[in-house]
Design a protein around this ligand. Sequence first.
Ligand SMILES: *Cc1c(COP(=O)(O)O)cnc(C)c1O
Length: 405
Amino acid sequence: MVQVPTASSQETIALFEKYVIPNYGRFPIALVRGEGSFVWDAEGNRYLDLFPGWGCNLLGHCPPAVVEAVREQLGRLIHVPNTWYTEAQGQWAQMLSERSFGGQAFFCNSGTEAVEAAIKLARLHTPKQRYKIITFEGGFHGRTLGSTSATAQPKYHEGLGPLVAGFVYAPYGDLDAAAALIDDETAAILIEPVQGEGGIRIPPEGFLQGLRKLADDRGLLLIFDEVQTGCGRTGNWFAYQGFDVVPDVMTLAKALCGGIAGGAMLTTKEIAPSLRPGMHAATFGGNPIAARAGIATLETVERGNLLGAAVKLGDLFRERLGALQEECELVRDVRVRGLMIGLELVVEGAAVVKACMERGLLVNCTQGTVIRLLPALTLTEEQAHEGCDILADVIRQQAVSEEQS
Ligand SMILES: *Cc1c(COP(=O)(O)O)cnc(C)c1O
C-alpha cells in the first residue's frame, strides 16, 4: 500500500529552501516510504534503489527484524548514558568481536566519529613523539576536521585550513611511497581496504599485506576504515578477511545498524586500554536502540546467509556489467567486490544518474565518472537484472547521444 503523503515534493522543497542549510546537492524528490529495495516518492512513484541509504541500508529499506527490535526497545529504554551498563551493548560488542579479530569495541554514532576515535587511539597508543598518520589519495574518512584532514582529496580541504597536523598522503597502491613517508613521528597507517567514495578501487595484489608488514616492522598501528566495506558488504563480514591480512584497529558505521545511526571502533584487547577512561567518549554511543538494531542486522545477515548472497549477486553484476563494457565503449572499467560495484565511464556520470532516476532506478555517481552501486544484500536476482537492464539501456542511449554531439 502506497501511503498518501500530506505534502508534495514541491511543497517539501519549498520548506527546505527557506529553513534548511543548502550544503547538499539534492534531487528534486521527497521520499516517503521504503520497503526492501524499493522506495516511493511523495507523488507515488516507485524506484528500484541500488544505492539504499548510501550503503547504510544493508538489508534494504525497513528490514522487518530491525524494525521489530527497535520497536520493542523503544518501549523499554531509549537512551541511558555510558555511565551504566546495558546488556545490548555488551552483546553487540561480543558479536562484532567474534566475527572479526576478537578484540573490544568503542561505540559512537557515525563513521567520522569512529575514525576520530581511531586517530586518538593511534596517538595515545604509540610513543609520545608519534602523531603522524599515513593515508591514501582518493580515500575518504569523513567530514569532521580530523577525518577530513585524513581524507587525501584536495577538493574537500578548500578553505578549511589549517587542517589537523600530521596527515601525510601516499598514492593508493604504492607501497614504496608509503614506506618512504614513515619517520620517527609516524603513529599509524589508515586505509580503506577497498576505496568506496574514491570510486570502488580495489587494492593491488599484496598491497594490504605489504602495509601490514611495514606497520609491524616500524611499530605502527594499521587501521582499516571499514565504514563502507564492513558488515557483509563485500561478501565477508569485513573486507580485510578477503585479503588475508588483519588490522590492529577497524572503524565501522554505515551498514552497521541496518539503517539506524551507529558507529564503532574495534581494536585488540592489548591496544584497547590506551583509550583510557576520560580520554574519549560519545554521549549516544552504543545506545540501546543502535545496539538492538546492530544485533538484529548481524543476525539477519547470518540467518539469511546473506554473505553468500552478496558474493553471488556480485558475480551477477560483474557478468552483466562486464558484458556491457564489452559492447559499449562508454564503459571504461567495471570493478566489483561483493556488493560494492563501480562502473567507470569515459564521460561524466551525472546524466546517467538522472536518466536512470527518470526510469525509476536509483544509482550514485562518485568521482565524476564512476557509477556506484551499493545494493541491499536482500536484493533479488530478478531485481538485479531489472536494474542492470535499465542501467545498460541508459548507458547505450548515452553512447548514441555522445556520438551525435
Ligand atoms: C561514509 C564514510 C565515512 C564517514 O561516515 P559518516 O557516517 O558519514 O560520518 C568514513 N569512512 C568511509 C570509508 C566512508 O565511506
